[in-house]
Design a protein around this ligand. Sequence first.
Ligand SMILES: Cc1cc2nc3c(=O)[nH]c(=O)nc-3n(C[C@H](O)[C@H](O)[C@H](O)COP(=O)(O)OP(=O)(O)OC[C@H]3O[C@@H](n4cnc5c(N)ncnc54)[C@H](O)[C@@H]3O)c2cc1C
Length: 291
Amino acid sequence: MTFPESLMHLVRTDEPLGPLVWLGIGGPARYFAEPIDEADLRGLVGSAHEQGLPVRILGGGSNLLVREAGVDGLVISLSGLVSQPTLEGTEMTVGSGVKLSHAVIKSVGAGLGGLEHLVGIPGTVGGAVVGNASGGGRDIGSAVASVTVLETDGSVRTLTQQEAGFSHRKTSLTGLLVLKVTFQLETRDVAALTKRMQKLWISRNSSRPSEEPRIAMPFVDPDGMPAKELLQTVGLAGLREGDVSLDTNQPQYLLAHSGATSDQCLRLIKRVREQVLLQTGIDLQLNLQIW
Ligand SMILES: Cc1cc2nc3c(=O)[nH]c(=O)nc-3n(C[C@H](O)[C@H](O)[C@H](O)COP(=O)(O)OP(=O)(O)OC[C@H]3O[C@@H](n4cnc5c(N)ncnc54)[C@H](O)[C@@H]3O)c2cc1C
C-alpha cells in the first residue's frame, strides 16, 4: 500500500486504537491518519479507494468497540479537522469533527434552541449525526437541515434531512463520510435555554457511573422502554464477564475494568442479548459499532 508522497507524513502504521476510544481497549489500525484540512482528507480517502483499502472514520470514539485484531485498513481521525461553527440567521453549520458539546454550547449561547437536549452526550457532531444520537426524548436528526458528505470517489454531495434518512438511532449515512452538518434551529431566550441545558446536564451526569471511566452505552432503547429498565427487569444489572460488566445501578452502561478485553465485551453483549430474547422476546439492538 502506498500513499502519495505529499500525504505520507500524515500516515502512521500499526497505531494503537485503544487509547483513542472510550472503552480504552482494542488492537491497532494498520494505517492511521489525522488530516488537518479537507484537501488532505480527500486525498487520503481517494488514495485508499483506488487501492481497495477499507476506510473507517473515527470521531470521539465514544460508540466504538475495537476488536483485539484491530482494523486492517485506514482509520481516519477527524479530531484535527475542527473549525468554529458558523451562524446564519437560525442556521448553524458545524464541521463533523467538532465536539457535540461545543456545538450545543455555541447554539445555546446564540439563543438558538434545538440541540440543548443533547448536552452531555460524548463524541463529535459527525458521530452523533451518523448514529442519530438522542437525549431528552429528541434525536439530533430532528434539528438537521442538511448533511454534506464525501463520497469514496472524492465527490462532495449535500443531502437533505429526508435523504439522510433519520430514524430511531439510525440513518442512511452509514458508509459515507460526513464533512459538515447544517442545523435548522429556533430563536429562544438565552437565559431559559441555558437553564434547561444546565438541568439536563446535571441529570445526565448524575446518572453516569463514576467509578469506571472506560465505559460504553451498547444498546438501543427498544420501542417503548429504556434499555435500563429492561435490563433491570430481566435481572441483568451487574452481570459480569471476566473484567467487563454491566453497571449495577445503571445497567445500560457497560464498564471495562482493569484487564478487560474486547472479546470479553463481545461475550457479555452476546449473553445479554440472548437472555433478553429468552425472557422477553425482545431482540435488543446494538448501538455500539464493532470494528
Ligand atoms: C458515557 C456515554 C454516554 C452516552 N450517552 C448517549 C446518549 O444519551 N444518547 C446517544 O444517542 N448516545 C449516547 N452515547 C453513545 C455515543 O456517545 C454517541 O453514539 C455519539 O454520538 C458517538 O459519537 P463519536 O464521535 O464518539 O463517534 P465514534 O464512536 O467515533 O464513531 C461511531 C460511529 O460513527 C462513525 N462516524 C463518526 N464520525 C463520522 C463522520 N464524520 N462521518 C462518517 N462516520 C462517522 C464511525 O465510523 C463509527 O461507525 C453515550 C456514550 C457514552 C460512552
